[in-house]
Ligand binder design. Structure first.
Ligand code: ADP
Ligand code: MG
Length: 247
């Protein structure tokens, strides 16, 4: 299997804070890989570095063999590498379909013309994806009126509109009612299997990451602490200590 993502000796500082220090990891194409670690260990920073939100201080990031560490977010997104956020980013006053259309906005469109001249195939595509995430019945509702869990699903659907090859998901189940968490896990597994999208998932909920990921990386204090198959990582004493704040 080929490596779709290669992070090599990446450093990112915020003033005196070493948010990421000498991080090297790879993600194999077609897999679901996990990224865990205590709060403040540098997980979100690493995702921001990978998708181009901020420049890294040192190191290399390759997506499908191409160096992307100097490229801006939209260019990296066009290559097929997208992320979702810890805080959901939707337009609460627009309905679900409109949110979907915005997420697939072409550069030639502007915000005001895009709702007057909607290509039919784009509406059909939106509805198909909303159906896939279980939101078809809610498609005409304002996104702000959805439950938090449904908003997370909408955000996922919006990312799918852009047909990514790889999705980085920052705590996809954070703040979600436990009874809805299984629904999100199922959707993520189907996105991986049916759409063939490689997933790299930050997750705080250990049960969720064990259900999802085959391979897990664990950060602590901005550094890579441990890596391995999910069933090994969960019993790794270094990981347990990091979560208990023992080191
Ligand atoms: P995690 O996602 O694992 O909780 P983060 O990557 O958000 O951790 O944060 C890692 C460290 O970097 C923390 O100490 C945090 O305060 C710091 N940090 C993250 N983003 C910024 C920023 N934009 N400016 C300054 N410090 C930041
Ligand atoms: Mg975070």
């Amino acid at each position: 299997m080929s490596k779709i993502l290669k992070v090599d000796k990446v450093y990112k500082y915020f003033g005196g804070v070493k948010a990421n220090e000498n991080i090297s990891l790879t993600v194999e194409e077609g897999r679901i890989v996990g990224l865990i670690g205590p709060n403040g260990s540098g997980k979100t920073t690493l995702f921001n570095s990978i998708v181009g939100t901020h420049p890294i201080d040192k190191g290399s990031i390759q997506f499908e063999g191409k160096e992307v560490s100097e490229l801006p977010v939209p260019v990296i997104a066009k290559l097929g590498l997208l992320r979702t956020f810890q805080q959901t980013r939707i337009y609460g006053k627009l309905n679900c379909v409109q949110n979907m259309l915005i997420s697939s906005k072409q550069e030639k469109d502007n915000f005001f013309t895009m709702f007057t001249k909607i290509p039919e195939e784009l509406t059909t595509k939106s509805e198909d994806i909303l159906n896939f995430v279980g939101l078809y019945q809610k498609r005409k509702l304002r996104a702000g009126d959805l439950s938090f869990g449904q908003q997370k699903l909408l955000e996922l659907a919006m990312a799918l509109m852009n047909e990514p090859k790889m999705l980085l998901l920052d705590e996809p189940t954070a703040g979600i009612n436990p009874t809805l968490i299984n629904g999100i896990i199922d959707r993520l597994i189907r996105i991986n299997k049916e759409y063939g999208i490689t997933l790299f998932v930050i997750e705080h909920n250990m049960r969720v990451i064990m259900d999802l990921a085959e391979h897990i990386y664990c950060l602590a204090h901005g550094q890579l602490l441990a890596e391995g198959p999910a069933d090994k990582i969960r019993y790794d004493q270094r990981v347990i200590d990091a979560y208990l704040g023992a080191n």
